[in-house]
Design a binder for this molecule. Structure first.
Ligand SMILES: NC(=O)c1ccc[n+]([C@@H]2O[C@H](COP(=O)([O-])OP(=O)(O)OC[C@H]3O[C@@H](n4cnc5c(N)ncnc54)[C@H](OP(=O)(O)O)[C@@H]3O)[C@@H](O)[C@H]2O)c1
Length: 163
């Protein structure tokens, strides 16, 4: 199983404000759905609360020091390692780490791929993606998402793979 991250961040690595996404980017959400469909997605408790529901077609793994009862397609863990083992045991081939800042920071060293949407702006943020050393990653530019009525900013979708 490989561990991948998926994130949208601004030009200064900002990813969130007051436990929300700081933008409306419909193309990015579509891309997120396409990439994660059918997979296990791992997230911190705050990101889970921010999304507020299970995402259809995916198995949600929530990390919290006070894990709640499991529900259909939502599993709660008190450590990252137990959640990774769970996905592996269920035959997952690519586990998607979907945030937020705290979880990205703890798991960046385990990530083999990063699906990165680089939003072409700098917003006021209080949550950030960790700094990465670009020398460690092969970067492939995949697509440009244009600014329009459903996409607040232009963004560039890239895939980073560890060298
Ligand atoms: N732009 C993007 O792509 C993107 C993606 C995802 C999230 N976000 C943004 O990121 C922000 C949220 O990030 P965040 O850093 O505040 O929170 P977070 O990473 O979503 O969640 C943090 C929580 O996870 C739990 N946790 C983390 N590590 C743990 C460990 N090792 N053991 C047990 N529990 C652990 C703790 O929950 P307990 O307090 O319950 O113990 C902790 O308070 C929001 O603004 C959100 O919108 C942006």
């Amino acid at each position: 199983m490989i561990i991948s991250m998926i994130v949208a961040c601004d030009l200064k690595r900002g990813i969130g404000k007051e436990n929300q996404l700081p933008w409306k980017l419909s193309e990015d959400l579509k891309n997120f759905k396409k990439l994660t469909m059918g997979h296990h997605i791992l997230m911190g408790r705050k990101t889970f609360e921010s999304i507020g529901k299970a995402l259809p077609g995916r198995t949600t793994l929530v990390i919290s020091s006070q894990p709640k009862m499991n529900e259909e397609n939502i599993f709660h863990f008190n450590s990252v390692v137990t959640a990774i083992d769970f996905a592996q045991e269920r035959g997952e081939e690519e586990l998607f780490v979907v945030g937020g800042a705290n979880i990205y920071q703890q798991m960046i060293s385990m990530a083999y791929k990063i699906y990165l949407t680089e939003v072409q702006t700098t917003v006021t943020a209080d949550a950030f993606f960790p700094e990465i050393n670009l020398a460690d990653w092969k970067v492939e530019i995949r697509e440009k998402f244009l600014k329009n009525e459903k996409n607040e900013y232009e963004s560039i979708y890239k895939i980073l793979e560890r060298r």
